[in-house]
Write a protein that binds this ligand. Structure first.
Ligand SMILES: O=C(O)CCC(=O)C(=O)O
Length: 277
């Protein structure tokens, strides 16, 4: 997927060692200023049109909540070019790789979470319960397309819950301190791990809360056996078509979006060209 040289060369300055430790300890972290306001504003119309078209396939209840487990497939194969370019940005991939402490990541999937004004809370869940991959290293970057104020249905996390694998949400939600993101400015992102128990709050404003989440896993991960929840089955058929448990999760819908080896060799090429000039 072509990215402009400026986008490829952006360094994920927001990922400091402190932020990595925070993610490891809490299971979620906010990164400020990953994008400029101008960048998000530039991508927003294309993302918005795409997500709104996908919303038409949701039930009325799902539309109100701003999420669907089964009725919407977001795919690089039908995403318009600016949307595909945004979700495959190496900058986001590098953030995911650094936070997961791996050398290369693939996109798992991406999803629009548009919660209209008055929309209800989204139920507590752990993303990894729905993901048919043999790894605990799943990470989602939740990217607001507009400012999100605390009353607009921000994410809320059961802090530290990622350390315990699958949990019963109804019980576990009372066993961990709850942490809310608070206000996010345009350009900030919220990151959580696959096992972090989380929900989103009611949108008690009259403004649509617009967000896009992109999820990643380490290159080299295999398809897992034995997790058969409906959403996991849908992920298998829509995103890992034809792959079986034990196969490398490396289909066309899941490109490598960041590889440290490729980034290093590009940096070497650039500096040798500069030396020659
Ligand atoms: O944005 C929301 O309302 C829910 C998002 C979510 O559950 C996720 O990003 O995993």
């Amino acid at each position: 997927m072509p990215n402009t040289p400026a986008e490829q060369n952006q360094s994920p300055h927001a990922v400091t060692r402190k932020r990595c430790e925070e993610l490891r300890e809490h299971g979620h972290v906010v990164l400020r200023g990953v994008f400029s306001e101008q960048e998000i504003t530039g991508y927003r119309p294309a993302i918005r049109d795409y997500v709104l078209a996908k919303r038409a396939h949701m039930t009325a209840v799902e539309q109100q909540m701003g999420a669907s487990a089964l009725n919407t497939v977001f795919s690089l194969s039908d995403a318009p070019e600016p949307v595909a370019r945004f979700v495959t940005l190496p900058r986001l991939g590098e953030i995911a790789a650094r936070l997961l402490d791996v050398t290369a990541v693939r996109i798992l999937h991406f999803c629009g979470f548009f919660k209209p004004g008055g929309g209800p809370a989204t139920y507590w869940h752990q993303d990894s319960t729905f993901i048919p991959l043999d790894t605990d290293k799943i990470l989602s970057v939740w990217i607001p397309l507009t400012e999100v104020t605390p009353r607009m249905g921000g994410l809320v996390f059961a802090r530290g819950s990622h350390r315990y694998g699958p949990l019963d949400p109804g019980i576990a939600v009372h066993q961990f301190p709850l942490a809310r993101n608070g206000a996010l400015a345009v350009g900030d992102v919220s990151v959580h791990l696959g096992w972090t128990l989380h929900a989103s709050q009611q949108n008690s404003t009259d403004t649509m809360r617009e967000a896009l989440a992109v999820s990643y896993y380490p290159d080299g991960t295999e398809i897992a056996a034995g997790r058969h929840l409906p959403f996991a089955r849908q992920l298998l058929s829509d995103y890992f078509t034809g792959l079986e448990p034990g196969d490398l999760a490396a289909g066309e819908a899941n490109p490598v979006v960041f590889s440290a080896a490729v980034a290093d060799s590009e940096t070497r090429d650039r500096s040798s060209k500069e030396t020659r000039v």
